[in-house]
Design a protein. Structure first.
Length: 194
């Protein structure tokens, strides 16, 4: 059976997604990097990029539905801008190594959720691991060249950003059915309220 990739991510509510899209569009206008706008909706990675066939996806879906029902909503802080020259990503995806992002402050609720989720996911084959865990919200990557990267660093060096966001679900995404754009395949809503 043919396998597909399913990154495990947390997407945002529509209103918050629009706010991040504006920032991604601003980075596109400044740097010329459009991959974020073309390939992904704003998200943070919470689990491995899994390689699953249809039977594996069905089995994992059952496990994740049960797991999600036991989880409570929690909040995360997104704070300020960061920059990476990530040669691992460049090698893995055959792309430019530069990344512009908003930093996610790892708190105990997020870390506990990610650790519990990844105990389930570790049974499955994956493309890459997420540990050590350093989540972020990507604003520009993949087609971001050095010149655009330096422009963005200069533009953002004195700018601040802060947003408190509720996480109440996570998703498996896929690009195989969406012409290279990652979209939500299956959403898992948390079962417990705060």
């Amino acid at each position: 059976m043919k396998k597909k990739n399913y990154p495990c991510v947390a997407y945002f509510e529509e209103e918050i997604e629009k706010e991040f899209r504006k920032l991604q569009d601003e980075m596109y206008k400044l740097t010329g990097s459009k991959a974020c706008l073309n390939e992904w909706n704003p998200h943070i990675t919470v689990g491995k990029d899994l390689e699953l066939d249809s039977i594996g996806l069905l089995n994992l879906t059952k496990e994740l539905n049960s797991f999600a029902k036991t989880q409570s909503h929690f909040e995360i802080e997104l704070k300020d801008f960061g920059f990476m020259n990530n040669k691992i990503i460049a090698k893995l995806y055959n792309c430019e190594p530069y990344v512009i992002y908003i930093d996610v402050i790892v708190n105990k609720d997020l870390l506990l959720f990610v650790e519990k989720l990844n105990k389930i996911l570790e049974k499955y084959k994956y493309k890459y691991d997420i540990f050590p865990y350093k989540p972020h919200l990507t604003l520009a990557f993949k087609d971001l060249n050095k010149e655009g990267f330096e422009k963005a660093k200069e533009y953002l060096k004195n700018k601040k950003f802060y947003k408190l966001i509720k996480i109440n679900s996570f998703s498996l995404a896929t690009d195989k059915e969406n012409n290279g754009q990652f979209k939500e395949k299956i959403k898992f809503d948390f079962g417990k309220l705060l």
